[in-house]
Design a protein around this ligand. Structure first.
Ligand code: MN
Length: 244
């Protein structure tokens, strides 16, 4: 691959990561009632930012103690924000030719780790409130439709979270494909995604996808794939995801 070709490939490769930075959530983050999702405060339009807690540090006592909340938010979560911004900056420098392309694996891993940490911690804080609260409206109906009952959802999420192997998360999410709620375990934060990213265009690099023709030359397959990439489909899906 010549130098420009390589740089173009890197630019294209990293475009997904750049989209992850914006997450494209702005359009969908305001619901029909005009409620704006405070999750959006985790990104200011150019950088990830550490949102302030929506309650006092001691507001979740005695269930969640002030000291843990303070360290968890001010130190741990803040570290993920710094890490995610550093990764986005480094990836931009790679695209611009100011860092070697050989660093891309390192920084993509950093982006997945810190970006997912930021997204999940932002949701974690918003997912707690002093005294707790009950599900309402369509969401309560969705819990019943997806799991049988609100209580069954609670039990499933409890069991899934409790049995995550090593470090990780229990996640109650929405799967657009089935228009239903889904419960997942996440090991670590990432492996290797930024949680919340909606895939637009994907490249299979399992060996079964290219080995018969390309053998061990995965890079050649990826280069060839760009000749058949359906960016029009990705464009339409992008518009659909953003509600445009
Ligand atoms: Mn944490």
């Amino acid at each position: 691959m010549d130098r420009m070709g390589r740089r173009d490939a890197l630019r294209n490769l990293a475009a997904g990561a750049a989209a992850a930075g914006g997450l494209g959530v702005a359009a969908s983050a305001v619901n029909a009632q005009g409620w704006t999702d405070p999750f959006n405060e985790g990104f200011d339009g150019s950088e990830f930012v550490l949102p302030e807690l929506p309650y006092a540090y001691d507001a979740l006592e005695p269930h969640y103690d002030e000291e843990t909340v303070t360290i968890h938010h001010d130190k741990h979560h803040a570290g993920y924000v710094r890490g995610a911004n550093a990764a986005m900056e480094a990836l931009a420098e790679i695209r611009g030719g100011d860092r070697p392309g050989s660093e891309i694996k390192h920084w993509e891993r950093q982006l997945a780790f810190a970006g997912s940490g930021h997204v999940l911690h932002t949701l974690f804080w918003l997912g707690m409130t002093p005294g707790g609260s009950e599900p309402t409206g369509d969401f309560a109906d969705a819990m019943e439709d997806s799991f049988g009952s609100v209580e069954a959802c609670r039990e499933h999420l409890t069991a899934a979270t409790g049995s995550v192997e090593a470090s990780g998360w229990g996640i109650l999410g929405y799967l657009p494909l089935t228009d239903s709620l889904i419960i997942l375990q996440a090991e670590k934060h990432q492996n290797l995604t930024v949680q919340g990213v909606v895939p637009l265009l994907v490249i299979d690099v399992w060996e079964h996808a290219y080995y018969l023709k390309y053998q061990n030359n995965r890079g050649d397959f990826v280069q060839a794939w760009w000749e058949i990439a359906n960016l029009e489909y990705a464009s339409m899906r992008y518009a659909a995801v953003r509600g445009m």
